[in-house]
Write a protein that binds this ligand. Structure first.
Ligand SMILES: [Zn+2]
Length: 369
């Protein structure tokens, strides 16, 4: 337990707030500090380290631990970014332990689950010297706002035979989740003096039928575990002042998609027949992994041995797993802690759950083939 508290405290105390696609400034923002900490730790453990900046100040970390069988590989992913800290009622980066829980931003999402991977791996290295198959640990950046770290890793051509993505799933095996597409829709008009609106084209009026159509949109497809797709208009902005006919109007749209739906299809749906421009800002592919796949079986067998039971589940939220699955790597999502505590004003994780997850990841790595 001391090892868990020590490492998790170090990770939480290393701020890595997602800078929202701006260049990171100051010590609180960006993943570079976390990547440096992890790179030093894993180099000490014998890992071969690669660091790739995918945007200024936004690095991915990849650490390789060659296996006894070097021809098989397991990718263990945990994102290094955390969400903003505004409104938190605890010190975000001064880890605090109370009643068996460790408090701090990222404790649950996803530094606690990351610790479970790392100390599970540490145990296998201590006991066996080498994992049975090659283990890749990926500390991916920018998961919270687009999963572009995982997408860049796949675009680099990197592949593994299977992947487990660490997130707070309450030790349930998430084998299916929705994807997410976020887009800006924009209408363009012609500015004019508001006393002669007939000389202009009102971009806000042009947006109205778009919004009405989106509000009433019906999705025929449903999924047995994930239900129907969803759509939400999150922001609207248009015009500059009351006496000018507005020349532009934009809305931000969040569309949750099911396995089988494609990015192109959805852009087409959002645009409809209206004169509106659609720009995709974030895209998380959905996940659907067969319960019979080797990766699902590997995690389930570990759960049965350590917990006495294995529970499969589906989630409405998106993760890095979608990007890996879309690139052909079988993947599931798994880790300690609950999504109910992620992104909250007093984020925490139960240390006993992390300890269980260390046992589970050790078991998973030991039995990987
Ligand atoms: Zn997360």
């Amino acid at each position: 337990m001391n090892q868990i508290i020590e490492l998790l405290s170090r990770l939480v105390a290393c701020p890595s707030i997602n800078p929202k696609n701006l260049a990171p400034t100051g010590l609180l923002y960006g993943e570079a500090g976390m990547v440096e900490l992890l790179a030093n730790l894993l180099r000490d453990w014998g890992g071969q380290i690669q660091i790739n900046e995918i945007a200024p100040g936004r690095p991915n970390l990849l650490a390789c631990f060659p296996g006894k069988n070097p021809n098989r590989s397991l990718l263990l992913d945990a994102h290094t970014d955390v969400v903003a800290v505004e409104g938190m009622i605890i010190p975000p980066f001064t880890p605090m332990i109370r009643d068996g829980k460790l408090y701090g931003r990222g404790a649950c999402d996803t530094k606690g689950p990351m610790v479970a991977i790392l100390l599970g791996l540490r145990r296998v290295l201590d006991e066996q010297g080498q994992p049975p198959v090659t283990i890749w640990f990926a500390g991916t950046c920018n998961e919270e706002l687009g999963a572009t770290g995982a997408a860049a890793l796949m675009a680099s051509g990197f592949r593994a035979d299977m992947a487990i993505i660490a997130e707070p799933t309450e030790l349930k095996i998430i084998h299916a989740h929705k994807g997410a597409l976020r887009a800006i829709l924009e209408t363009t008009g012609i500015a004019a003096h508001s006393s002669t609106p007939q000389l202009g084209v009102n971009a806000i009026y042009k947006m109205l039928p778009v919004i009405t159509r989106l509000e009433k949109m019906i999705f025929p497809a449903t999924h047995p575990k994930l239900g129907a797709p969803t759509l939400s208009v999150g922001t609207i902005a248009g015009g500059s002042q009351v006496n000018i006919v507005p020349a532009s109007c934009r809305i931000d749209v969040d569309r949750r998609l099911l396995p089988g739906e494609t990015r192109e299809e959805i852009v087409h749906q959002l645009t409809g027949n209206e004169d509106v421009m659609c720009t995709v800002t974030e895209f998380y592919p959905p996940l659907e992994e067969s319960l019979d796949s080797p990766v699902a079986g590997l995690v389930a067998a570990a759960c049965r041995r350590v917990l006495g039971r294995a529970e499969f589940s589906a989630a409405p939220y998106a993760t890095n797993a979608g990007a890996y699955k879309a690139a052909g790597i079988p993947a599931v999502v798994f880790g300690p802690g609950s999504i109910a505590q992620a992104h909250t004003k007093d984020e925490f994780i139960e240390l006993s759950a992390v300890a269980q997850a260390v046992n589970l990841f050790a078991e998973i790595i030991q039995n990987a083939t």
